[in-house]
Write a protein that binds this ligand. Structure first.
Ligand SMILES: NC(=O)c1ccc[n+]([C@@H]2O[C@H](COP(=O)([O-])OP(=O)(O)OC[C@H]3O[C@@H](n4cnc5c(N)ncnc54)[C@H](O)[C@@H]3O)[C@@H](O)[C@H]2O)c1
Length: 287
C-alpha cells in the first residue's frame, strides 16, 4: 500500500510505503533506542505522595530500582516498601540531606533518572485587603523549597550522574523537574508560587545546556490541575468546579497522567531542554 499526503505549501506530496501485513509499520518506526531502566536507580523526590508516588510506581514497573526522597517518613517508607525500593528522609533544600540520598541511590546501581516532584503550594496576595504587604518570610520560604530545592536536587543528581558510563545513546542520565501552569498564568494570591515555578521553567534550558557535555538531559513538566492530596483538602463541589474549568477533558488530571509523561521523557532520548504543559488546554483565569 502506498499512502500519499499532499502539502498545502506547494511542495511535492510525501509518499510513504506501508507494510500490508497485519501490524505492519511505517519504515523507520521502532528504531528509537529507548532508555532501558533495568539495573539502574531512579530517585524520586516527593515520592511519598501524589505525582511523585505515581511516577515512582511507573518507574518500578519499568524495572528501575526506586529511591524515594521525601520529608514524610511514614508515607515514604510505605511507598518504598511496596516497590521493593529504598526510602531516604530528606529535605530537598538541605545539601546535607540530599547528598547522602544521592550516595545511597548510586550505591544500589548507576543513578540515571531523577524525577523531582517535591514542592509546596502557597496562597497570599501581594498586599492583603487592608493594604498590608505579603510576608517576605513566606515568599522566601516558597522560593527556597520550590526553586532552590529544585536546583539543589538537580545539581547533586547531575554530579552523581556525571560519573556514569554513557549508555548506547551516549547518555549518562535524565532529570525531570516539576513546574506548574502558574509559571505562565499565575492567579491572584500566587505571587510566591508562580515566581518559584517560573524560576524552574527558566532554569530548564540553561541546565540542559550546562549538562549537555555530560550527556545529561533536563526537561520540566508544568502540570495544570491534578487530583493529588494537594487538592484533596478542597470540598467536593469546589474540586468538581475546578474540573469544569478545564478545556477538555473537563476534569482534573490524574497523578498517573503525570507519571506517564515523566516516564516517556525518561525513555525518549530526543526530549531535552523543554517545558511541557500537561494541562488539557487550561489557561488559568485571574482567580
Ligand atoms: N496538584 C496539582 O494540581 C499541581 C499542579 C501544578 C504543579 N504541582 C506541583 O507538583 C509537585 C507535586 O505536587 P503533588 O500535587 O503531587 O503534591 P503532594 O503534596 O501530593 O506531594 C508533594 C510531596 O513533596 C514532599 N515535600 C514537600 N516539601 C518537601 C521538602 N522540602 N523536602 C522533601 N519533600 C518535600 C511532601 O512531603 C509530599 O510527599 C509540586 O511541586 C507541586 O507544586 C501540583
Amino acid at each position: 500500500m502506498t499512502a500519499s499526503t499532499s502539502r498545502h505549501d506547494g511542495s511535492p506530496p510525501v509518499t510513504t510505503k506501508r507494510n500490508d501485513a497485519p501490524g505492519g509499520r511505517i519504515p523507520g518506526a521502532g528504531t528509537i533506542l529507548r532508555m532501558n531502566l533495568a539495573d539502574t536507580t531512579a530517585i524520586v523526590t516527593g515520592g511519598a505522595s501524589g505525582m511523585g508516588e505515581a511516577t515512582a510506581r511507573r518507574l518500578a514497573e519499568a524495572r528501575a530500582t526506586v529511591v524515594i526522597l521525601d520529608r514524610d517518613a511514614a508515607k515514604g517508607e510505605k511507598v518504598a516498601s511496596d516497590l521493593g525500593g529504598r526510602f531516604v528522609q530528606a529535605d530537598i533544600t538541605d545539601p546535607d540531606d540530599v547528598s547522602p540520598a544521592m550516595a545511597a541511590a548510586t550505591a544500589l546501581a548507576p543513578l540515571r533518572t531523577c524525577i523531582h516532584c517535591a514542592g509546596i503550594g502557597w496562597a497570599e496576595r501581594t498586599i492583603n485587603k487592608d493594604g498590608a504587604p505579603h510576608s517576605l518570610e513566606t515568599f522566601a520560604k516558597v522560593i527556597e523549597i520550590n526553586l532552590i530545592g529544585t536546583f539543589n536536587v538537580l545539581r547533586l543528581a547531575a554530579s552523581a550522574m556525571s560519573a556514569n558510563e554513557p549508555d548506547e545513546n551516549g547518555q549518562r542520565g535524565v532529570i525531570v523537574n516539576t513546574a506548574s501552569v502558574a509559571a505562565y498564568d499565575g492567579q491572584i494570591g500566587q505571587a510566591a508560587y508562580s515566581a518559584s515555578k517560573g524560576g524552574v521553567v527558566a532554569l530548564t534550558l540553561t541546565a540542559a545546556r550546562d549538562l549537555s557535555a555530560a550527556g545529561i538531559r533536563v526537561c520540566t513538566i508544568a502540570p495544570g490541575l491534578v487530583d493529588t492530596p494537594l487538592l484533596a483538602g478542597l470540598p467536593d463541589p469546589q474540586r468538581a468546579a475546578l474540573g469544569q474549568s478545564v478545556l477538555f477533558p473537563k476534569r482534573l488530571g490524574t497523578p498517573d497522567e503525570f507519571a506517564s509523561l515523566a516516564t516517556e521523557i525518561v525513555r525518549n532520548p530526543y526530549l531535552n531542554g523543554e517545558v511541557i504543559r500537561l494541562d488539557a488546554g487550561i489557561r488559568m483565569p485571574p482567580k
